[in-house]
Design a protein around this ligand. Structure first.
Ligand code: F6R
Length: 364
């Protein structure tokens, strides 16, 4: 059932263009975003005062991106919470709060408990779920399915990519209903969204060069991922992908935080992955790249096509195609997933079954 691929993870990464397209296209009708399954009236959407996004692991990372997109477009305050923290901290859930639970499996124990906590307090809930009929899908007031299809590899790839799409669609829809964006802006974003599957395919076609680069870093002991804003959210996931399947220690840092501690860990040859897709933050992160370079780091940068000045400071540059900056995660994560995969197999590990990890965490 691996269909000729050596691992499920590689197969599932190659399924990302289709998964993204399947999640996106049924919700674009006549140039408009239509989320049929969302049982929220425009009035209810306008009444939302605050959103909690609650999830675990990679799903939490999509939530961090979702916060930037929802706040940026719909101007609704969003708090992102780890489900295992949310459920035990007696969160302040007032009228007008919407709790969004994101989960591939729909069975993660902490995410399910967080959902139940919100429901028991009379708060509206929405699940972004991949497995049809799973516990969270059944219990949430509303469900928006991601159509990634079955995901077997322990490290999520295609489900992550579809969760991002669901969050973009929801953010644009909320922004429209609340009158925060114009019809033209929506149309422009829909055009950008429609291009994502093809752009992802293009990025996947660079597998050999990423593998070559990954092979130079098989013996790394520590890796740092840095970025600001959505680039920080991308860094969180890039770092998790690498460490969970390669067993190399890695950390994601908001680039501006480097000076507050981590930069002392930068030394000769240390690999730093810099994510620089956000135009308004580009120069800021570039200056952090200069700082780590001058302390001997080896820098791999992921940036948008055209930002050739990165080549003057970084050692290896991966370009992603132009898109709306809110959607950059969908493109920048592809080379980082590939990087994690190739480091893992280069080290002789099985990326599909990392030690101590289970696909679905149904215990606390
Ligand atoms: C990492 C990964 C995990 C899951 C997390 C939540 O690659 O897959 O971090 O994202 O265990 O699982 P779901 O989405 O099933 O709730």
């Amino acid at each position: 059932e691996k269909e000729g691929y050596p691992h499920f993870m590689l197969k599932e990464m190659n399924e990302e263009p289709k998964a993204v397209s399947d999640t996106l296209s049924p919700r674009i009708k006549d140039g408009k975003i239509v989320i049929d399954e969302l049982n929220m009236t425009d009035e209810q959407i306008r009444a939302v005062k605050k959103i909690f996004i609650v999830a675990c692991g990679s799903a939490y990372h999509t939530g961090v991106t979702g916060k930037y997109v929802m706040e940026g477009l719909a101007r609704i305050p969003v708090e992102v919470d780890l489900a295992s923290e949310f459920r035990y901290r007696n969160p302040i859930l007032e009228e007008g709060t919407l709790v969004i639970v994101i989960s591939q499996s729909g069975e993660t124990a902490d995410s399910l408990a967080a959902l139940r906590e919100a429901k028991s307090r009379g708060i509206a809930t929405l699940g972004i779920i991949n497995v049809v009929g799973s516990s969270i899908a059944r219990e949430a007031d509303n469900v928006m399915y991601t159509w990634a299809g079955p995901e077997i590899a322990v490290a999520t790839t295609k489900a992550y990519s579809t969760q991002l799409i669901a969050l973009y669609l929801l953010s644009i829809h909320f922004a429209e209903v609340r009158g925060k964006i114009s019809a033209d802006q929506t149309a422009g974003m829909i055009e950008d969204l429609k291009q994502l599957p093809e752009q992802i395919s293009m990025l996947l076609s660079h597998q050999t060069s990423i593998q070559k680069f990954a092979n130079r870093y098989l013996a790394a002991e520590h890796v740092f991922f840095i970025g600001r804003g959505i680039d920080y959210a991308i860094s969180l996931e890039g770092s998790l992908k690498l460490k969970e399947i390669s067993y190399i220690h890695s950390e994601a840092y908001a680039a501006g935080e480097l000076k507050h501690g981590t930069i002392s860990l930068i030394e000769d040859g240390r690999l730093v992955v810099a994510v620089m897709t956000q135009p308004q933050l580009f120069k800021k992160t570039l200056s952090n790249v200069v700082e780590v370079k001058s302390r001997g780091a080896f820098v791999m940068a992921v940036t948008t096509v055209g930002n050739t000045e990165v080549e003057k400071v970084a050692d290896y540059v991966i370009y992603i195609p132009e898109t709306n900056p809110y959607f950059a995660n969908s493109l920048a994560i592809i080379p980082l997933q590939l990087f994690g995969y190739y480091v893992s197999i280069g080290r002789g590990l099985d990326p599909d079954k990392p030690r101590n990890l289970a696909k679905s965490v149904t215990v606390e």
